[in-house]
Design a protein around this ligand. Sequence first.
Ligand SMILES: *Cc1c(COP(=O)(O)O)cnc(C)c1O
Length: 409
Amino acid sequence: MKRIEPANLYRNNDKAIGVGNAFWDLSEHNGLAGIVAELDNGVLRTESGHEFVNFTCCSYLDLDSHPQVIEGAVAALRRFGVLDHCIPRGRVQIPALLELEASLGELFGADVVSAISAGVASAGLLPLIASGHLGNGVRPLMVFDKYAHLSLAAAKPTCADESEVVTCGHHDLDFLEDQCKQYERVCYVVDGSDSLGGYAPVEELAVLQEKYGLLVFYDDSHSISAYGERGIGYIRSHCPVLDERTITVATLNKAFGSSGAAIMLDGYPKETLRIIERFAGALSYSQPVNTAAVGASLASAEIHRTEELTTLQQRMRANIELFDSLVKTDQTGTSYPIRIVPMSDETVIDAGRRVYERGFYVSPVFFPIVPRGTAGLRVMLRAGQTAEQIHALGEVLIEVGALPQAVGE
Ligand SMILES: *Cc1c(COP(=O)(O)O)cnc(C)c1O
């Protein structure tokens, strides 16, 4: 019988599952994964009655449970009278998506195309960029940042079938410039804000964009809503080049508090937007954002237009600062809502279990999911956590081995 030898040039399931599954099994075995709990007023309760506050939830502004957002979902479902009128939107569509895209377009100051998730948006767009159909017609060398989110890296094999793909060091501008000198066109794929508090070097990248026509594909999922005036995110706040050389996707599932994703474009003609609707993978053949999610997003967008958004952002920042005043981490002082409380690979699971028993969920990350020596408990701060909860969590973390923040430091 013929036996298949995989190429594994851009993905490797043997390795991913071999490395990752033991981590998940150990987490689940220790009660720190596979948890089922009902949400009641900000507190989760398991069937056996254990109550805890979730400190690993990405809804940084708690908009996902905001009464207006929930009402918005229900009202839209009633108004449109259908959850998903299932037919490709290019043929027939109810006005729901157009209304959503007009609202998000006004909010973010861009031409917005919607998708059911950022992962689906990127999986659809990146191959179109690789083939030159979203851009100036030239197939660009696709340069993926080493730390680009999994949803971006997953597009490497499909991009490689349309163009050439390379992976570069994190924010390696010298490498990028070198490629720009050699290739007709280059596209750099990178997170706008990465999960440990760093932001993409938008100014330096803009220099390459101006000099060489570099195309940059940003995934700003982590800073949308949480960052910037009206929550426009880091890229729309700071990127100096907002034209066809910059493409941004952002999830609406995290701080935005609803469901779906926004693709933000500038300067592309209508025909290109049609190409996206018709050929960007699942955008063309799978379900669009359903009307409940459209209604939730419209309501969230309205909140983004009011002072309430600023208040929620301030509350989130105050909670981050309060946590930083209690527990020392490498991220202390950054504006990003995630902290990794360092622990050893040997103690982190036990520490996570003790914290959970005391009423807080924080997720342990350890080797082999992260390199040896960088294990820790991942803590995410949100606007809706109370000062009492954060103080109590800080105390428990210190009991299980976290370093207290030195007073006056
Ligand atoms: C969470 C996250 C995603 C996934 O977003 P979905 O809309 O759920 O697909 C994609 N990219 C980044 C950078 C993320 O942080």
